[in-house]
Design a protein around this ligand. Structure first.
Ligand SMILES: C[S@@+](CC[C@H](N)C(=O)[O-])C[C@H]1O[C@@H](n2cnc3c(N)ncnc32)[C@H](O)[C@@H]1O
Length: 294
């Protein structure tokens, strides 16, 4: 049954506010940076076939902090290359933030940015309409596959754009994280299948396995302090709860039973650890590095 609750992504301003707070309360970007510095360099070294220009597509790039961190590693592995970078991001606010970030970094002159203010499915339609034949060396979708109607079809389309030794990087929450437990328990009440999927890497790996796709996976341990969620009426706690449930104004619109059930589960040892009076949610992520279609 589709959820009667309204999805948080309907309100971009509240979504961005809650995402920003989530970044402050979690080690989300820190664990991605660790991955980018420790594991990604070897993956980036394998792409490109010695070409002097690399084509990159960032899907759901947000404000671009993680994209730029990856570019610095790409540049170290491929000194002297130029980069053609398609950014696919539907939020005007985030696209603006990304452009401002880039404008402050003159050393990024080797990258040509194309700003696509659109969703991944709009980008797919645009790509087909323009009969584009350009192949990508590196495509990333970081924490965004929750927001597409059909994650399998989205992955299939972007894989089809990869150059023969290109790579598609997907990062999502791990099936074994607190998120996985929350969604397995409350998927039917929380997730609106039109726009938010509550997918974990567990779901994506099953999908890739069923297609016989070749990929590698890497764990990214991460935590999130959700203590404020348990202070009734706390504004920040409510924003975090919206982010955790993907429901707009969850505290005000969910039934008392659903709210009580979700709060109980969030502090259950399956999802969180309690330490020094803080409730620390398991925010473990997983990165999947997928090969092109055969
Ligand atoms: C959780 S944020 C992740 C941002 C960034 N990748 C990061 O990890 O910091 C999700 C991003 O996906 C974008 N998004 C939402 N729906 C999308 C869609 N259908 N296609 C592409 N991007 C989408 C949002 O605007 C948001 O910037």
């Amino acid at each position: 049954m589709a959820s009667p609750l309204k999805s948080l992504v309907h309100d971009d301003s509240r979504y961005q506010k809650s995402f920003k707070l989530f970044l402050e309360r979690s080690s989300e970007h820190q664990c991605m940076q660790d991955f980018i510095h420790s594991t990604l360099p070897d993956i980036l070294a394998s792409i490109g076939d010695g070409k002097s220009q690399l084509n990159v597509i960032g899907v759901g790039s947000g404000a671009g902090e993680i994209d730029l961190e990856m570019f610095s590693q790409l540049r170290l592995k491929h000194p002297g290359v130029t980069v053609d970078n398609e950014v696919v991001e539907p939020s005007s606010q985030e696209l603006h933030n990304y452009r401002v970030l880039v404008s402050k970094k003159p050393d990024l002159a080797y990258i040509k940015f194309t700003w696509n203010k659109m969703t991944s499915s709009e980008f797919e339609a645009h790509w087909r309409e323009k009969k584009m034949t350009k192949k990508a060396d590196f495509i990333h979708m970081i924490q965004m596959l929750y927001y597409v109607k059909d994650p399998g079809a989205t992955i299939g389309f972007f894989r089809s754009l990869l150059h023969k030794n290109g790579k598609l990087l997907i990062i999502l929450v791990s099936g074994e994280s607190g998120w996985g437990k929350l969604w397995r328990t409350y998927r039917s009440q929380l997730c609106n299948s039109e726009i938010s999927q509550c997918v974990t890497t567990g779901d994506i790996k099953s999908l890739l396995d069923s297609e016989g796709a070749s990929y590698r996976s890497y764990e990214l341990p991460s935590q999130m302090d959700i203590t404020e969620c348990f202070a009734e009426g706390d504004e920040k706690g409510e924003l975090l709860l919206d982010f955790l449930t993907e429901v707009l104004d969850f505290s005000k619109t969910a039934s008392p039973e659903l709210k009580a059930g979700v709060l109980e589960l969030l502090r259950h040892p399956d999802c969180s650890l309690e330490s020094d009076g803080r409730v620390i949610f398991n925010n473990n992520l997983e990165a999947l590095v997928v090969d092109p279609l055969p």
